[in-house]
Design a binder for this molecule. Sequence first.
Ligand SMILES: Cc1ncc(COP(=O)(O)O)c(C=O)c1O
Length: 375
Amino acid sequence: MKFIPYGRQSIDSSDIKEVVEVLHSDYLTTGPVVEEFENKIAKYCGAKYAIAVSNGTAALHLSSLVLLNKGDRVLTTPNSFVATSNAIIYADAKPIFVDITRDGNIDLDICIDILKKDKKIKALYCVHFSGNPVDQDKLQYIKKKFNIKILEDCAHSIGATFKGIKAGSCKYSDISIFSFHPVKNMTTGEGGAVTTNSKKIYNKIKALRSHGIYKTDKMKPWEYELRELGFNYRLTDIQSALGISQLKKLDSFIQKRQELAKRYDKAFKNISYIKPLYSYTKNSAYHLYVVLIDFDMLKITRKELFIKMKKRDIGLQVHYIPINSQPYYKKLGYKDKSTPIMQNYYKKAVSLPIYPLLSSKEQDYVIQTLLELCR
Ligand SMILES: Cc1ncc(COP(=O)(O)O)c(C=O)c1O
């Protein structure tokens, strides 16, 4: 059996065909296919505007420059990839790590308590962890009551819904961001996007994506103006062609991920020491399938399990090491003791392989091997 990673892309001949077509065309970088991809992303998510960028971190960076001011305090989760909170620091603002709930998402009730007391909180960055959206009713309440800026990090959750609200629609947020890294729900190789319903945010991010340069119809044909300091965070037509092709299959990818999640849930139903992070929900896009393993009940440690599974050609991962325990954040004075549920979660969390091309046979092999090694 070939190696089974915890996540991987699903590319077929139709993806390859679309990319090759662009390679034969006039534009390779930012041409008509980028715009087409942006329109399709906006439509899929139900947002007014989308801007394609070079990766999810670039999307977070540009969004933070638009949403935040120097010194702003921003509520965010320790249960994410470091890019989420790093972006707050890129804008000279200060992340405040809020503990998580049992499903791995930021605890919005704690956020509400903090917002009642601390008027210096200017924004909330939430992550729909593993593809399971945070409670949109609570997000709506926060937006209305406290009128802060809200960013939804949808890197895990393109294709997810909450009571009919699509992740990335920005119904109760200012901006949503996406990553199209190969392990995500759909890929462009490297890539990312921002969605928003604000024309002002759209125009600003679009300019910052390309150095901060503006061009208008009134200018002479060669003229352009640098009005602010931006970056080259552009996505290419080649990548966008792959994105368009992947987007066509996204719903079927999510369906497959949900089926795999159901099969895992069933397999662990009567196992006392392995618990799915949350019971099955159609809301989740299941970018990750996380189980909590009670290693105190077992002879094997998590490290031994990782090594032994790898010897059997199975890749596991942990999502995530608490961001506030990273050396960089510790040096800034952050303490992971402030988020005890996250700490406890981190001791038990293991991500099992989940991706559309994972066959039932391969999944059964993962389940059997895991149970055998834990027994
Ligand atoms: C939650 C989250 N946010 C942001 C990112 C950053 O995306 P990218 O790797 O495309 O820069 C990732 C990527 O792993 C992520 O998982």
